[in-house]
Write a protein that binds this ligand. Structure first.
Ligand SMILES: [Zn+2]
Length: 292
């Protein structure tokens, strides 16, 4: 079975994670730009972070056989530092033009503040102008109101709904998004938010159209194997292999393929060659390189 994790923050994960993910069938990932747990104080920190996503992390994934893409955006949390946010906004269009950048994101509401709304709208406008997908985070608190305002803002900006993926949905917010033409993202976490079993129940109730599942794994308590684990739960619930691949491989790639920078045909396992270097740096620490 082939899997694609549509939302995972690999910069915060280990080489063991990459090895376990590849062994479980994950052949590609999208890493959305987001916050680092501690607020950044200057725009230069964003430049280095965006360059790491496009450069070093993409290389690191390839060293373990996985295709890596990213999204570029100003996350909602750091939108509340207005002078910094204004400086970062000037960087976004230039990065969104680069190869491997398959969407603007992750953007959206966190505390649902006025400044979050301002930079969310401005970035939806960038996605609209550049004809790129927009990956939208929904808040963990007050999720229903956040999702309603998200849909209203998408309509106000006038970006095509099929370019937007509204993520971190649950039983309450998915029905709101089903009323739109937006894609439907679900983040399966250990113990909270969404489990494999609840995800299977949603797929049984609402079908597979535009449905996307991810791990949203990051530096917090999370599990980078939640996509293949959801595949196992779907199998146990009677879904066919073709149905599992539709939801957990084809759907997310079809969504990001609207960028013109990713296709199903190119998401195949990368031949591992650990003799490779990125700017003279290797992932090895004196170990014997694996070369396939
Ligand atoms: Zn995220």
């Amino acid at each position: 079975m082939r899997y694609f994790d549509s939302h995972i923050h690999m910069l915060a994960r280990t080489t063991d994670d990459y090895e376990h993910m590849a062994a479980a069938g994950i052949v590609g990932v999208v890493e959305p730009a987001f916050w680092l747990g501690q607020p950044r104080t200057q725009a230069g920190s964003f430049i280095d972070y965006f360059d790491s996503l496009i450069g070093w992390e993409s290389f690191r994934a390839s060293q373990f056989g996985i295709k890596h893409y990213c999204t570029i955006g100003l996350n909602p949390k750091e939108s509340n530092n207005i002078p910094l946010a204004e400086a970062v906004m000037k960087l976004i269009p230039r990065y969104c033009e680069k190869d491997g950048v398959v969407a603007v994101g992750e953007i959206g509401y966190d505390d649902i503040s006025d400044s979050e709304e301002r930079f969310f709208a401005e970035q939806l406008q960038i996605a609209k102008d550049m004809n790129l997908p927009a990956l939208v985070h929904t808040p963990h608190r007050d999720k229903k109101r956040g999702t309603e305002r998200t849909i209203a803002l998408i309509r106000e900006v006038g970006i095509a709904e099929e370019l937007v993926l509204i993520d971190h949905l649950n039983e309450v917010t998915l029905p709101l998004v089903l009323e739109t033409n937006c894609w439907r993202g679900h983040s399966v976490y250990p113990h909270t938010k969404m489990s494999e079993e609840r995800m299977v129940a949603l797929l049984k109730q609402y079908g597979m159209e535009k449905m996307v599942v991810n791990s949203a794994a990051d530096w917090g308590k999370s599990d980078p194997l939640k996509v293949p684990k959801t595949g196992q739960a779907m199998k146990a619930a009677g879904f066919s292999d073709a149905e599992i691949e539709k939801v957990l491989f084809y759907n997310p790639i079809e969504y990001y393929a609207q960028s013109g920078k990713i296709s199903v045909a190119e998401v195949t396992p990368v031949k591992i060659d650990q003799t490779q270097l990125h700017e003279e740096n290797s992932v090895l620490r004196g170990q014997e390189p694996i070369v396939e």
